[in-house]
Design a protein around this ligand. Structure first.
Ligand SMILES: Cc1cc2nc3c(=O)[nH]c(=O)nc-3n(C[C@H](O)[C@H](O)[C@H](O)COP(=O)(O)O)c2cc1C
Length: 323
């Protein structure tokens, strides 16, 4: 059993957080992660109206009585979103955990949600951001290193160096991640002081993950060398799976093309088409370097059980080495 301040705070069986994944962690998938004993996170930004967002939350509540979280997006968006609308629904529907992620501190969100007793975590990529969000009142901080799938930030600090630095810098519990796909890696993070582990890429290769089988088959073959960081010139770095589209984006970046030239290749509906129709020539797929260590598709429940067993077996093996 893995018991930490995070399992206590969020009331979950395992200290495993299923990272929010746009177009992917829908109500069904979040419920599956919750039922398996982890914390699934619903991306509010995926839902374009209060009603569709409320329906998704109701669907989760109808399928599981276990805790789940909602993500509020603070990244710059081509079509700006009003998080107040989502917060209305979060409060009305009694959501217990909210994660924020993006390019700014969540002062306004904390001011509105903390008095409601909602537990808050903010996902960031550096010590100074972690200190800042602790000082304004989040309950836990999530940090992801440069290996991670999705937004990497501009500091390029690896998980192995970022997690202990943040653990030393704050008193609140730290959820660490970026490149974590195995029980051995989870144990490494916990030995560095993380009390929760966030995984995105590993969950792409689960039975319940609603991505097209072409994408799953491609991911099964992918190695740790098959990801690339894009959009650095535009201040919005993302690690994704290498495809013909990402190669084209790299060429445009080398030519110092304006973002307006790149945007039509990677706009939201194109990424959604990749995920749903398995068309790898459309948009891009966020993917972390941990993809190289995944060799099978499992039901989430089985995955979490195996990860916990691997943590325990590895810990015993290390115990035997240390004389
Ligand atoms: C396909 C995919 C989509 C993602 N979408 C989002 C998102 O919309 N918002 C967000 O904050 N993080 C997003 N992430 C990041 C994850 O929530 C998580 O932080 C990350 O996957 C952890 O690193 P790992 O992939 O190496 O496990 C995404 C990651 C992946 C792989």
């Amino acid at each position: 059993m893995l018991k930490t301040r995070i399992t206590e705070m969020f009331n979950i069986k395992y200290p495993f957080i299923g990272g929010t994944m746009m177009y992917i962690t829908d109500a069904k998938f979040v419920s599956a992660i919750a039922e398996a004993g982890g914390l699934g996170i619903l991306p509010s930004a995926f839902y374009k109206s209060k009603n569709s967002f409320r329906d998704a939350i109701k669907e989760i509540k109808d399928s599981t009585d276990k805790p789940f979280a909602v993500n509020l997006n603070l990244f710059p968006m081509m079509q700006p979103i009003d998080n107040n609308e989502y917060m209305d629904v979060i409060i009305e529907e009694g959501v217990k955990v909210v994660e924020t992620s993006g390019h700014r501190a969540p002062d306004d969100i904390i001011a509105r949600l903390k008095p409601e007793g909602i537990k808050l975590t903010h996902k960031c990529v550096g010590v100074r951001y972690a200190r800042k969000v602790e000082s304004i009142g989040v309950d836990a901080v999530t940090v992801v290193g440069f290996e991670n799938g999705g937004a990497t930030g501009m500091l390029d600090i690896t998980t192995l160096c970022l997690v202990p630095a943040v653990v030393n810098a704050v008193k609140i519990p730290v959820i660490g991640g970026g490149g974590i796909s195995t029980g051995k890696a989870i144990l490494a993070l916990m030995s560095l002081g993380a009390e929760g582990v966030i995984m995105g890429t590993r969950l792409l290769l689960t039975e319940e993950c609603p991505i097209h089988k072409n994408v799953k088959n491609t991911l099964l073959e992918a190695k740790e060398t098959d990801t690339v960081v894009l959009f650095r010139p535009y201040g919005n770095t993302h690690r994704c799976l290498v495809t013909d589209v990402t190669k084209k984006v790299q060429e445009l970046e080398k030519e110092n093309a304006p973002f307006e030239k790149i945007y039509p290749l990677i706009e939201g509906p194109k990424n959604q088409k990749l995920v749903k129709e398995g068309d790898l020539g459309s948009g891009f797929l966020s993917c972390g370097q941990g993809i190289g260590q995944i060799d099978r598709i499992l039901p989430v429940k089985e995955l979490f059980k195996q990860l916990e067993e691997e943590v325990s077996n590895t810990s015993k093996r290390i115990g035997e080495i240390i004389q």
